[in-house]
Design a protein around this ligand. Sequence first.
Ligand code: C2E
Ligand code: MG
Ligand code: MG
Length: 768
Amino acid sequence: MQKINKIMLTAAVCAAAALTAMNIAFRIPEYTVLILICFAAASVISAVIVFLSIKHFEKERILRERENILRMMHSLNTMAVLWDSDFHYVEVNAELTRSIGYTSDDLSDIVTLRKVLPPDAFAPSLQAVVNNRDEEFEVIAKGGAKVNTIWNTSIVSTVDDKKRNSCLMLSIGLDISETVRMKEDLIKYSKELAESENRYTLSMDLSEIGLLLKEPGRSSYYISDQLMNMLGLNVSEISEGVLRARFHPADTMTFNALQAAMVNRHLLNDAGTIHSTEFRLLSADNTYHWYQFRYKITPAESKLLANIGGAVIDVTKDKEKDLLIEKMAYIDDVTQIYNRNKFMQIGQETFECSADADRSYWVIVLDIDNFHIVNDTCGYQNGNKLLADFGKIIDRSVSAGGFGARIGGDNFALLIHDNGDEKLPEKIIHKIQREIKDLCTDNFAMQTITCSAGYCKMSDGGSDFAQILDHAEFSLSMSDGSKNDIIRYDNNIHDRIIAGTALENELAAAIENNEMVLYYQPKINLNDGSLMGMEALIRWIKPDGTVIPPNQFIPVAENSMLITKISAFVLKEACRQNKEWQDKGYPPITVSINLTAVDFYQTDVKEAIHYALAETGLDPKWLDVELTESLALKDIDHAVKQMQEIRELGVKLSMDDFGTGYSSLSYIQVLPITLLKLDRSFIMYLEEDEVSREIVSAVIKIAKSKKIETIAEGIETVGQAEILKKSGCDHAQGYFFGKPMPADKFEEFMAMKAERQPQIISVEPTDI
Ligand code: C2E
Ligand code: MG
Ligand code: MG
């Protein structure tokens, strides 16, 4: 500034000198020329000084301006380049060098800059650069990576430099790589979406898959065009009521479960899992079609609700095939209602669903009181008729929702939705008990049919449905035998089950510790009193010497599958012991073992027997397998097949406890048995009760006609033995002849029998 002032002062002095010179020149004529020359010189000098001053000021201004711009530019956090239009001057800011990895020196010359910027960045004219707003181009970073940028350029000052008309430009750029990538992705996804939508629509059209969706808060379901066609509807939204009305009445539980799933956040724990269920819907042709609904439950905005949606596929054709197979596997032949397998399957599904949906169900088990008496007195056909009629009553009881099945013999079960009424099970049971009384038509005129029930609530505990059913069955087994008894599972029963579990654990340990021992009870030939066989009877001998009879642990073992271990031991030990005695020279006799339903229905029972015989070397003809009739009748076809296979090994088969179960003599004709064992209950009153004598005699006769030998068990008196001998009974077993005894005692018994000529019974067999 001082410099400018000095120049201006000099110019002003020169000008003042010129003016003074002019003044003097006019006053003093003789100096006029000289003075004018001085004046001219002073004017020229001052003009030059002014011109130079202006020039200097301009340069200073430009420099200051540039400094300001540069300061501003470096403070920007976007890319910036300050340049003059003919590229004599280029300055880049720190953000640009950071973004593309070059130093500011690298970029200060046009050669490097041209490598970095694309050719079109150097627009043909200045105006073009300025006019092109938001120009996008790729900047090549050091190393070759491309950075997407968008630029705007402004002329920040004009430079009139040495006859050149040059401008100073400021270009500001933004890194838009991320935006560009998102844009590209979006385009790619939109393309893919369009393609997949096309494919989806095509596959929907071809595969006839309908869609069913429900969002929480909406009262209606969305249904796709396909589903509209399938159901014969012409609206794409239907209310819950309309959908419910389309469900088959027997599938209302499924509908309820689906509804419940929507208000249930637990299911969201496995959000993403595909669930599947099947139900019948009234369809376009006005018949019920089977549909499979494969759906997902996804979280909705509301914290308490969920979306539900998925594909609905018409599976009627498959279902028809399935139903046929299912009928064979799951429908009980006698009653035409579901069997135990199906009950377990539905029960487990309901159990899982109820835990999720926070719903509860009742499980009721019913048993026809003294059903075997109906069988005995009215015959097998009438027994079956009673079961079939009972099945119909069960079916009617669940027609309004619920599930019923025959779960074995004369046992039926119901699964009923808990509507909050604690008395509901008893009301249903009472209704059934009233209806069953009406079954006393001609066939069962002599007796009133009654049934007892045990029941429990699903939510009362149990880790799976099998356990819940166990609770109900256990409650039923608590009945003291009174008619029309009803027992609810409660804490008392629970404690008894716990005690059972404790026993189960103790038993498992006992088996491992070899605490199981076989006792042997003699079987006597009634004709000559000779020892014809022995029954192997298990005992649990605790380390303190306490002997536990089988009735106290076999049922527990049967429930826990420990029985298979016990039976394997019995089978092998009985064969081994018999072979050992034969090898010692005792007269060969048959050893009988008892098998349970669990053993019998396991597929490898034949292999197990075959293996035990082979391992011990016992001839099959010296082994006899005792089965109870209830066991054999559980699944008669399977039983016959299994029994035939066992017989093919050369092993004998006895029907144990004959007369206690659903006995019907007609069974004897179909079962390949060699020996019929009359139950002790027939024998007990032989001496005083004529009816018992008649029954026993009739059974023996029929058995003889089928070439089946007979043995009576539980003979305690000589009188009983004599009556049986007279009746033609072939063999006998009972305390009268010998109690079950340990192996060493039985060996002594055999030795004694071998020495002594057997002549216990002298009465000749006669017909009564
Ligand atoms: P079971 O097969 O009917 O065996 C006959 C039962 O009647 C035996 O009871 C025997 O001791 C008893 N008994 C024999 N004669 C008389 C008599 O004159 N009077 C009386 N009051 N009872 C007599 P035990 O040994 O207590 O066996 C009871 C049941 O336990 C057996 O009935 C059988 O069902 C089962 N059991 C025994 N051992 C085994 C085994 O090894 N495996 C299996 N699965 N069950 C067995
Ligand atoms: Mg037996
Ligand atoms: Mg028996």
